[in-house]
Design a binder for this molecule. Structure first.
Ligand SMILES: Nc1ncnc2c1ncn2[C@@H]1O[C@H](COP(=O)(O)OP(=O)(O)O)[C@@H](O)[C@H]1O
Ligand SMILES: [Mg+2]
Length: 409
């Protein structure tokens, strides 16, 4: 079961819920309220800019809804031909909707995603449609200095979104902590706010990651999170050395040098194979090898036969030559395996194990620690079986949270 992301669950709903960037919010509201009077010959659309996670997209949605506009969103980062982009813009800017009070508003989000030659065409299509639109257009971008959009800047009113202030981040986080009934302290929230650098999306995601492990929100757990991040910087480099190795020997060498635990490395590689190898045949080949690496890995952990380790490691080193193809040149998108994120909080995990151990310890007459270790496998089997799950859950008074933990542990 995947928990609903808190950035969704606690999205602000009303203009008055929006914290931060007050003047920008007010400007957008006024511009839309008075549209089309607000357009001039030179400034025909709005362009919101600012780093990611500062509430640009959500501000447009909330303001539009409150004023009675219906949003047609075009995400500019989706690759489209100039022709397709033009068509989309034409239908959305030239026709009206009949279902909303104030009509349509066109939102072109992720403008920085326009890239390459074909998208220059998309940018010029935008330019044309902004000059001829019948409905308000709002553009949103992370990167206002991008040269591709400089012609657009000349015909837009620019509105800046600034990173949230630490105190604003703390306010938002505290509100969520209270609603989720988390145990937290001020220094912890303040530290998290500092680390977020004003990116509220990142701050909320971090808060949720920590809460999921069952740990309290304190300076200590935040530092643990940050430390587990630092650790991942190395792993990204290791992944580079593997995926983009000149030859397979070099990849294996990099894997051995890295000192990353093999099971951890295996998860990193599996998570990222679909990102760097986009061709389905390459993926099939890669996953076939990874499944074999995984069989070796589990055999090792069962039998403690460490002589098998090199086989497992060698099988997981998926290079371009192994997968019969070149990996994508874009290496910036490595994904963090959720499992490792959670394991970073060994303390929270230990606490949960002991908590569960304490529940079963009187039944099996063992210490909590031993009980958990010995009976985890049994618990798992009971909880996986739909016939036994309800009884066991009720008898042991297990919460959904604990059940998920047991199944994953
Ligand atoms: N003013 C705000 N108050 C509370 N939460 C906010 C606010 N602005 C943004 N958020 C949270 O941050 C998330 C990301 O906002 P978003 O508008 O997508 O950022 P951006 O478009 O700037 O990257 C939202 O889903 C919401 O949970
Ligand atoms: Mg956005």
């Amino acid at each position: 079961m995947i928990a609903e992301p808190w950035v969704e669950k606690y999205k602000p709903q009303k203009i008055r819920d929006l914290i931060g960037n007050n003047r920008s919010i007010a400007k957008i509201t006024k511009w839309l309220q008075e549209w089309p009077k607000t357009i001039t010959r030179n400034r025909r659309a709005l362009m919101l800019y600012g780093p990611s996670g500062v509430g640009k997209t959500i501000a447009v949605y909330i303001i539009a809804r409150e004023l009675g506009f219906e949003i047609s969103e075009i995400n500019a980062s989706v690759k489209r031909s100039k022709k397709r982009m033009s068509e989309l813009l034409r239908t959305s800017t030239m026709t009206q909707t009949l279902t909303s009070k104030r009509g349509r508003l066109v939102l072109v989000d992720e403008l920085a995603g326009l890239s390459g030659k074909s998208d220059r065409g998309a940018a010029s299509a935008l330019n044309y449609h902004i000059k001829n639109t019948r409905v308000p257009i709002i553009l949103v971008t992370n990167d206002v200095s991008d040269s591709k959009i400089s012609p657009l800047k000349k015909i837009c009113t620019l509105i800046e979104f600034e990173p949230f202030k630490p105190s604003e981040v703390t306010t938002i986080l505290k509100r969520i902590c209270k609603k989720e009934k988390l145990t937290f302290d001020e220094p912890g929230l303040e530290l998290l706010a500092t680390y977020s650098r004003g990116d509220i999306r990142a701050a909320i995601n971090d808060l949720q990651s920590i809460a999921r492990t069952g740990a309290n929100i304190s300076k200590k757990t935040i530092l643990e999170l940050v430390r587990s991040r630092d650790h991942t910087i190395d792993i990204r480099e290791v992944l580079d050395h593997i995926f983009y190795a000149e030859n397979w020997n070099k990849a294996v060498y990099a894997a051995n040098q890295s000192g990353v635990y093999p099971d951890e490395l295996l998860r990193w590689i599996s998570n990222n194979v679909p990102i760097v190898f986009t061709d389905i045949n390459q993926q099939v080949k890669a996953f076939d090898l990874l499944s074999k690496a995984s069989i070796f890995a589990s055999r090792i952990s069962r039998t403690q036969n460490w002589r098998l380790l090199p086989y497992s490691k060698e099988l997981m080193c998926i290079t371009g030559s192994i997968a019969d193809g070149t990996p994508t040149p874009d290496r910036s998108n490595y994904q963090f395996p959720e499992w490792i994120r959670q394991m970073g909080f060994s303390r929270g995990i230990r606490q949960k194990r002991i908590a569960i151990g304490q529940i079963i310890s009187p039944i099996v007459r063992m210490s909590a620690k031993k009980a958990y270790k010995e009976y985890l496998i049994v618990l798992k089997a009971f909880l996986k079986n739909p016939h036994t799950k309800p009884t066991v859950t009720a008898e042991l008074k297990l919460t959904e949270d604990l059940i998920q933990f047991i199944l994953k542990d």
